[in-house]
Ligand binder design. Structure first.
Ligand SMILES: Nc1ncnc2c1ncn2[C@@H]1O[C@H](COP(=O)(O)OP(=O)(O)OP(=O)(O)O)[C@@H](O)[C@H]1O
Ligand SMILES: [Mg+2]
Length: 272
């Protein structure tokens, strides 16, 4: 069994200071190297908060977080900085995280130089060209601004940007929610392929169980800021232990008929 990369024990998060509202009530989670873990639950159950707490983007009021064998729960930001490259995030709305005034070239090249992953601009550009091919985007995209791309293309840029930094861990929060079903399938398949190639560990947040089922090895079901159920994806989907999980499973909407699903090259089923 692979070793744990990112673990949290007894995580609590309170929004609004001491007299605020507690939204995580002692969450335990462990993500192994190379593993894709799903975090699922109703709106407001605390999925995004848990993701942000794991990345040290929101303070925790109790519990501990370890990354790569080191406790990071209260690590000062200056000491977190070297770890930040190794922990990447892909957002639901890439528009909000891509500078609208920058070209895609600049958006992809700059972080490589900033983190010293490329010696010079030429080397950075060569890497960018390679990753662009990997996420199946034409080189012509490089001279465009984010708003000149489609939603699916923007999401591929977000993935490319994260992958370029060779992280150990990627948090993906509802990254396909805004996309149509066939674009969802392509983006998920791409991300899953990259995670296998790069040995990435991923936490995949989604309220959509069919998305979780397509890409995750294990799943955590969150309810009111607590882990309601956890286990191998296949096991939880086949035999949910909790009534809450069963209700979530029953709520998976019936899919619309889409001829693309019959095409094995684009089907979600072969994403794994
Ligand atoms: N910055 C904040 N300040 C105060 N309360 C917050 C803040 N962010 C989230 N909350 C509250 O914390 C709870 C958990 O929110 P969170 O965003 O983690 O849920 P979620 O499971 O990601 O939901 P969704 O599926 O809608 O994205 C909610 O009740 C929410 O209103
Ligand atoms: Mg959320």
């Amino acid at each position: 069994m692979a070793e744990n990369l990112l673990t949290a024990t007894g995580l609590e998060v309170i929004y609004g200071g001491r007299r605020g509202v507690k939204v995580l009530h002692g969450v335990d989670i462990a993500i192994r190297r190379g593993e894709t873990v799903g975090i699922v639950g109703e709106s407001g159950s605390g999925k995004t908060t848990l993701g942000r707490a794991l990345l040290r983007l929101v303070d925790v009021s109790a519990g501990s977080i370890h990354f790569d064998g080191r406790e990071i729960t209260h690590l000062p930001e200056a000491e977190m900085r070297p770890l930040r490259r190794r922990i990447q995030m892909i957002f639901q709305d890439p528009m909000a995280s891509l500078n609208p005034r920058h070209t895609i070239r600049r958006i992809l090249v700059e972080p490589l130089l900033l983190h010293g992953l490329a010696k010079n601009a030429a080397e950075a550009e060569a890497r960018v060209a390679k990753i662009l091919e990997r996420v199946t985007l034409p080189a012509a995209c490089l001279d465009r601004n984010p708003h000149e791309l489609s939603g699916g293309q923007r999401q591929r840029i977000g993935i490319a940007r994260a992958a370029l930094l060779e992280p150990d861990f990627v948090l993906a929060d509802e990254i396909v929610s805004g996309l149509d079903v066939s674009t969802q399938a392509q983006v998920l398949k791409l991300l899953k392929g990259l995670s296998v190639d790069l040995g990435l560990a991923m936490a995949f947040i989604s309220h959509d169980l069919s998305v979780i089922r397509a890409v995750c090895d294990r799943v955590y079901v969150l309810r009111f800021g607590k882990v309601e159920e956890e286990g191998a994806c296949a096991e939880v989907f086949a035999n949910p232990k909790s009534d809450y999980t069963r209700i979530l499973l029953d709520a998976i909407p019936l899919p619309e008929i889409n001829p693309g699903w019959l095409d094995p090259k684009t089907g979600i089923e072969d994403a794994a």
